[in-house]
Design a protein around this ligand. Sequence first.
Ligand code: OAD
Length: 271
Amino acid sequence: MEKIQQAARIIASSSDVLVFSGAGVSAESGIPTFRGEGGLWERYPANIYANLPGLAGVFLLSKDRIASFFSDALRPLVEAKPNPAHEALARLEEAGKISAIVTQNIDDLHLAAGSREVLEVHGSAYRVRCSRCGSREGRSRKDINDVLDKLDVPTVSRRQMISALNEFAGKCLCGGRYRPDVVFFGESLPMDTIEEAADRASRCDCLISVGTSVLVYPAATVPAIASSCGARVIDINPTETTLSSTADVFVKMEAGKAMPAIADEVLRMTN
Ligand code: OAD
């Protein structure tokens, strides 16, 4: 509990607290992380499945493998609900104790929990983006479930799969095709979002890194910028990360246990 107290004292005494979150925040909502035991990239190697040419290649070799990847990656997402970590972060924002969350997650659970200032640096599973003009459109959980149901039929043909995916994506008014508004490996991050994240990181006086291995760049520059600009750093993770040894406090716990305890302490200290 000493680490919880230390983290709470730092947050309570800071004036601009930025959060950097990753897959671990949503692990207790039932969404697997990417790396480590049971991670998505263990079952589906990232060098193949995390980029569009790789996915196209797998589709040609085995349509069943693509259907199982989409199902394993997206079913947990659409079934997930915010957990106590998301809720605690939303409570802290509501109380004026955190200014924004920079998230690498595409699951929209911070927004679902009530957080308002959320910068999705890797995009969102619930949006598509026109590949010609860049305009964006929302897609619901039901839209995603419907397309997964069509892909999951064992007798589905490749042609039927392509038509289900095209129907889900749809066409933009400009005539361009929509694609998922998520960042695949090798693609650029949304420039306006990552610039705002970097700007906020340079201004904050405390950065909470929670549920992330802090291994994927350029997103991982966010805590590096904050730290190099003098912010105090809190790392919350059940296992060590690239930040743990240099962080001001390393809270070696699951986010769903640590965040509510920290939020309770911060609110007790500041009320
Ligand atoms: P990773 O899978 O790399 O790391 C997840 C982190 O969560 C690990 O450090 C775990 O120890 C930690 N963790 C697991 N359970 C936890 C819990 N209950 N509470 C807190 N932490 C827990 O996921 P990210 O760091 O988010 O990018 O990965 C960053 C990016 O790599 C993702 O956005 C994705 C991926 O490839 C793209 O696809 C572009």
